[in-house]
Design a protein around this ligand. Structure first.
Ligand SMILES: *Cc1c(COP(=O)(O)O)cnc(C)c1O
Length: 226
């Protein structure tokens, strides 16, 4: 895409995020993760030159390709997609800044085992299926706190930093809002256990997510599509 458009997109998102966070509090800081899955490394480099540092991918092979191509830039790389067990070792070797999509206890224990074998640690978020949709993975909201505690207790090589959720798939804003409130309620209960990030909000709903307490948004199409 044209460089000017990528930079305009970033400026618009920054302005919207700034207004949304100030409506919550001047102390409410929101981190923007640019999800580059629709785009290529040159667009990531363009946004880097406009100040964006954190990017994310939903496929291990794309994370590897783009992070290696842009190896000389001081970028943060996040993983936000469904993690297949046979890709765990590849992902660990890429040293992602944060895995947002730890979506079951089973996956957490498998990841922990592979991290132990490599003598490494990784920061992760527990994914919650707040709207209980069949199309989404993640733990059920009523199980989230127990599973979070179990991961803390049984997976010493996972540094659990909070939760991630995808807003309800609905045209009805009140249903989307309800799913964000559910997620934020869980996050609030996890604060005493050291949770730092409530990752929710995408291109179509990040302002609503911030109003509901999100402090990390994952925006793709609004940044990377003309
Ligand atoms: C693609 C993706 C995003 C970004 O989606 P947009 O609607 O394009 O902003 C955010 N989170 C996850 C998990 C994704 O797969």
């Amino acid at each position: 895409m044209k460089k000017e458009i990528a930079v305009e997109n970033l400026d618009r998102v920054i302005t919207q995020v700034e207004a949304a966070r100030l409506r919550v509090s001047e102390h409410h800081i929101v981190k923007i993760i640019g999800i580059s899955k629709y785009s290529d490394a040159s667009d990531v480099a363009t946004l880097y030159s406009a100040g964006q540092r954190a990017f994310g991918e939903n496929k291990v092979q794309d994370l590897k390709a783009k992070s290696e191509e842009l190896d000389e830039l001081p970028l943060e790389w996040h993983f936000v997609g469904r993690l297949q067990k046979n890709k765990i070792n590849n992902l660990i070797d890429l040293n992602p800044t944060l895995i947002h999509s730890l979506d079951s206890l089973d996956l957490a224990q498998e990841l922990n085992k592979k991290l132990e074998a490599k003598n490494k640690k990784l920061s992760c978020l527990l994914q919650v299926n707040s709207a209980k949709e069949d199309s989404k993975t993640g733990v059920m909201p009523e199980d989230a706190i127990d599973i979070y505690k179990t991961i803390l207790e049984t997976c010493p090589n996972i540094k659990l930093k909070g939760i991630m959720s995808i807003g309800a798939h609905s045209e009805d804003r009140s249903i989307v809002k309800e799913s964000f409130i559910t997620t934020n309620n869980i996050y609030t209960q996890l604060l005493p256990l050291g949770a730092k990030y409530c990752s929710m909000g995408m291109s179509s709903d990040f302002e609503l997510a911030i109003a509901c307490g999100s402090n990390m948004i994952r925006v793709g199409s609004t940044l990377f599509i003309d």
